[in-house]
Design a protein around this ligand. Structure first.
Ligand SMILES: Cc1ncc(COP(=O)(O)O)c(C=O)c1O
Length: 431
């Protein structure tokens, strides 16, 4: 296997290829194959960009038909049938059944693009500059997104002061006894507090990069209530937790809240193609035409696969309440069993944005490395990479899922010396 060109020519900044030092040649569903013909089960899913697996055949058929038809591929924000169909499907399948009245904006095609858009809009609407975000948040790598991100290594990369933002404690960050939002309530009410009233508070319902901390539904409801009472916009960054990853299309559905602005990207195209949305309530739509733009807002192949994914998986409740619920139960049962058997370990996250916290921060990395050797791709999360992160595809075949979970149990046994036997209900359903 020749990897010289990557080492001599590609920047030092590369990272995932260091954890998985092989050359991948093919991918289908939840299985990747490398140049040696070795197969890997994918519990990583493109960091959440491949919720419906690799090369999903139903989405691919739509994509190939589109590409061979001479229809537009690139269109900035011009009108095309592909965009019309996506907007129609998104409105009819996602927004209307959830009684969400959002305008849809296409920012640039990445997660950080939609976050930057949300921050800019919140400042424009309110005329305020300050944004509050949470300890251990991750919102992307451009300057605005970094300013609301917690991780010190990533913040340092900015090379300049990250301003106009402060961090406040996420759910369960303090001692578990301090009342939620005690400090925030106090400073917002006190004109002598010296804390500028923020334009917005940005939150992840589950902190995907920051250690899989999952906010409780009542905490999210408290945050919504507080922001409404103080006339502060609430932005939910659903870039990683959205598109079904926590068991519902939007991760905030469980809490029953309606954010003012929602950031969506990663799996919205359904096929791993760059695409992002910024959703906001109609009264926030104060943009002048072209005031925020970008060359790659009209990626028509992504509209086509996004529409196909919405129709295939979300047109009714059957996928969410059937296969997806079964996959979540299977993963959560397995993780709970492991956490009971292995000392100083606990289950983190929610739905399929989940994993295991190990008190010894070395363990998660060692288990992920053992996984690679045994043919299972997993990453780590948290400020010290102390959490092993599992993000299988939502439509993963249950037999493949069980095989992956058994490899996981073997890897943990190898690293910790604690034997674990997982027992599964018969795997009958497939997506
Ligand atoms: C919650 C959240 N927001 C924003 C981003 C940034 O997305 P991108 O890497 O596409 O810019 C990420 C990426 O992991 C994320 O998890």
């Amino acid at each position: 296997m020749d990897t010289t060109i990557f080492e001599t020519t590609e920047s030092q900044v590369r990272s995932y290829c260091r954890s998985w030092p092989t050359v991948f040649t093919a991918a289908s569903g939840s299985t990747l194959t490398d140049e040696q013909g070795k197969e890997y089960i994918d519990f990583f899913s493109g960091a959440g960009a491949l919720n419906y697996g690799h090369n999903n055949p139903e989405l691919r058929t739509e994509l190939l038909n589109y590409l061979s038809s001479d229809a537009l591929v690139h269109s900035l924000d011009m009108m095309t049938p592909a965009k019309r169909e996506f907007l129609t499907a998104f409105k009819e399948i996602i927004l209307q059944p959830r009684e969400l009245d959002y305008k849809v904006m296409f920012p640039g095609p990445t997660g950080t693009n939609t976050v930057e858009t949300a921050l800019k809009l919140a400042r424009k609407v309110t005329g305020r500059q300050h944004i509050l975000s949470f300890t251990n948040a991750f919102h992307g790598m451009t300057l605005g997104s970094l300013s609301v991100t917690g991780n010190s290594m990533k913040r340092q990369g900015a090379g300049m002061p990250l301003t106009n933002s402060s961090k406040i404690p996420y759910d369960n960050y303090l001692d578990g006894e301090t009342a939620d939002f005690l400090w925030l309530e106090r400073v917002l009410e006190d004109s002598g507090s010296g804390v500028d009233k923020p334009a917005a508070i940005i939150v992840e319902t589950v902190q995907g990069e920051g250690g899989l901390n999952a906010a409780r539904a009542e905490w999210l409801r408290g945050l919504r209530e507080l922001t409404q009472r103080h006339d502060i916009l609430l932005i939910v960054d659903d870039v990683q937790a959205g598109c079904g990853r926590t068991g519902t299309f939007f991760s905030f559905e469980e809490a029953g809240i309606v954010p003012d602005i929602v950031c969506v990207s990663k799996s919205i195209s359904g096929y791993g193609m760059p695409m992002a949305l910024t959703l906001f309530t109609p009264e926030l739509d104060v943009w002048a035409p072209g005031e925020h733009n970008g060359t790659f807002r009209g990626n028509n192949p992504a509209f086509v696969t996004a529409t196909a994914a919405l129709r295939r998986y979300w047109a009714d409740d059957s996928f969410q309440n059937g296969h997806l619920a079964k996959v979540i139960d299977t993963v959560q049962d397995a993780l709970t069993k492991i956490a009971i058997e292995v000392e100083d370990t606990s289950v983190k996250g929610r739905g399929l944005l989940t994993g295991l916290y190990f008190q010894d921060p070395q363990i998660a990395g060692k288990v992920a490395a053992a996984g690679f050797e045994k043919g299972l791709l997993m990453e780590t999360s948290g400020p010290q990479d102390e959490v092993l992160k599992l993000m299988p595809a939502l439509n993963i075949d249950l037999v493949v899922l069980e095989r992956g979970l058994n490899i996981l149990a073997d890897c943990i046994a190898d690293v910790t010396g604690q034997d674990i036997t997982l027992v599964f209900e018969p795997a009958t359903a497939t997506a």
